[in-house]
Ligand binder design. Structure first.
Ligand SMILES: NC(=O)c1ccc[n+]([C@@H]2O[C@H](COP(=O)([O-])OP(=O)(O)OC[C@H]3O[C@@H](n4cnc5c(N)ncnc54)[C@H](OP(=O)(O)O)[C@@H]3O)[C@@H](O)[C@H]2O)c1
Length: 314
């Protein structure tokens, strides 16, 4: 909302190069202070940093209800994927909200068997058709495969054609991401990775900052594995917050995008109430120390020696 008002005022006075430059600087400042709940990507597109994860909710009433509850609670980013099989319901709930297209941000993903040169754009058109939308705000390569170089070029072309406004990757190691950028000369806007207190990935935020890429934490609640954790419980009790609010706030203060999933309206609302309190440096450190470098995700496919998904196992 803050950014929206800013954009209107900015549009009125940015009549020449100098005021336009000042406007962009001011926009970055608004975003960096955290007022807006948004971040500005390296292509100057604004992206909400809180979103609803959509892996799990079934197509139909379950997804529609979750998305409507999220919209009501103030979420404006939706993390979808063709492989989640609930795009139609996401689209219906967005349409029913009456919001303008530019008021929400939809993330899509290219699944392993959609990678290559032709597959990504065909998949995006199929997904957009399901969603009833004209474009994605962000499209990610879901997992690294040996075809990801081609996929990446196809996504860049899709961005040029207007099928998506920005592009990114998920589940790429730093080495794989560097290799992709070196091979194609194209940098991502967003890097989505599994990050939560059991898998802190302290190496990633400085890299993402140095490379100018926004990091987004998936499975930010460690799929509920930390519900009974004593350190988080103690902090939650002290601040009169829930375990999920403490974990999401920890990720937020690290500058990450967060996309918790829930199908329960009360939890969806609870997960969005992380902007009216903060964690001390001590609390941040105590949570970071819970790191076990442990993944809660067990991908159902096999990887080659360099960590690329093997085509035979897709
Ligand atoms: N790019 C990728 O490869 C990738 C991989 C995994 C996930 N993701 C994305 O990240 C999103 C989130 O990750 P995730 O779904 O794996 O896990 P998550 O968000 O860490 O945790 C979801 C689990 O926590 C429960 N939960 C949510 N809010 C809660 C609350 N306030 N109190 C108690 N329990 C709560 C949910 O149950 P209820 O639904 O019953 O509330 C669900 O069982 C996914 O939906 C997907 O969009 C991306």
């Amino acid at each position: 909302m803050v950014l929206k008002i800013f954009n209107i005022i900015n549009g009125l006075w940015c009549q020449n190069k100098i005021t336009a430059k000042l406007g962009l600087g001011l926009k970055r400042w608004i975003v960096e202070t955290g007022w807006s709940g948004e971040t500005v990507l390296n292509n100057n597109l604004s992206m909400p940093r809180l979103g609803l994860g959509l892996w799990g909710p079934r197509e139909g009433a379950e997804t529609e209800l979750a998305v409507s509850a999220a919209l009501e609670a103030g979420y404006r980013l939706f993390d979808s994927a063709s492989v989640y099989h609930n795009e139609k319901s996401l689209g219906l709930a967005l349409m029913a909200s009456g919001l303008k297209r530019e008021d929400y941000f939809v993330v899509g993903k290219i699944w392993n068997d959609e990678q290559g040169w032709l597959g990504p754009q065909e998949a995006m058109k199929r997904s957009l058709d399901n969603l009833g939308l004209g474009y994605f705000d962000l499209t990610l390569i879901h997992w690294p495969t040996r075809q990801s170089g081609l996929t990446w070029r196809a996504l860049a072309q899709a961005r040029f054609l207007g099928l998506t406004r920005s592009i990114g990757v998920a589940n790429f190691s730093p080495t794989q991401l560097l290799a992709l950028v070196e091979e194609t000369g194209l940098s991502p806007q967003v890097w989505q990775m599994e990050i939560h207190p059991l898998r802190v990935r302290a190496d990633l935020p400085p890299l993402a900052a140095a490379w100018g890429i926004q990091l987004m934490a998936y499975s930010p609640l460690a799929r509920g594995r930390l519900k009974k954790n004593q350190v988080i419980g103690r902090i939650a009790q002290k601040l009169d917050r829930s375990f999920s609010q403490v974990i999401l706030r920890w990720a937020w203060q690290r500058g990450l995008g967060v996309i918790p999933k829930s199908v329960k309206p009360d939890r969806i609302k609870e997960n969005a109430q992380i902007f009216d309190f903060s964690l001390s440096n001590e609390d941040m450190t105590a949570i970071t120390r819970l790191d076990q470098a442990r993944s809660v995700l067990k991908p159902p496919f096999v990887f080659d020696e360099a960590g690329y998904v093997l085509a035979s196992a897709q």
